[in-house]
Design a protein around this ligand. Structure first.
Ligand SMILES: [Zn+2]
Ligand SMILES: [Zn+2]
Length: 104
């Protein structure tokens, strides 16, 4: 029943463990599921092979595969994508209010 209780992946030297952890935490969290996003060039299904990925805030930053390249912050669960520009200055929803807000 209790499978995979502790998944320890030793792919680097023991000394580099702390460094690897810091690097992994440099990515933003997915705006939908809040999971840590990965720097990836994934372009398989359900992505369109021609269009590729589009930033979550593409309407604001206009960033997608065509002008940013294949690599971007990617959430493999949603899937959701965040360009490098938006990853350093993620627009905060506070103030704008969530859609359907008002029911307090
Ligand atoms: Zn997600
Ligand atoms: Zn963006």
């Amino acid at each position: 029943m209790h499978a995979g209780q502790a998944q320890t992946i030793d792919k680097d030297d023991d000394v580099a463990t702390s460094i690897a952890t810091a690097t992994a935490c440099s990515g933003p969290n997915c705006p939908k599921c809040e999971q840590g996003m990965l720097w990836s060039d994934f372009s398989g299904p359900p992505y369109d092979p021609t269009y590729g990925w589009g930033c979550v805030h593409v309407e604001t930053c206009k960033n997608w595969k065509g002008n940013c390249g294949a690599y971007r912050w990617h959430c493999s669960q949603c899937p959701e994508d965040l360009c490098r520009k938006c990853s350093v200055s993620v627009p905060a929803p506070a103030g704008a209010g969530l859609s359907g807000a008002g029911a307090a």
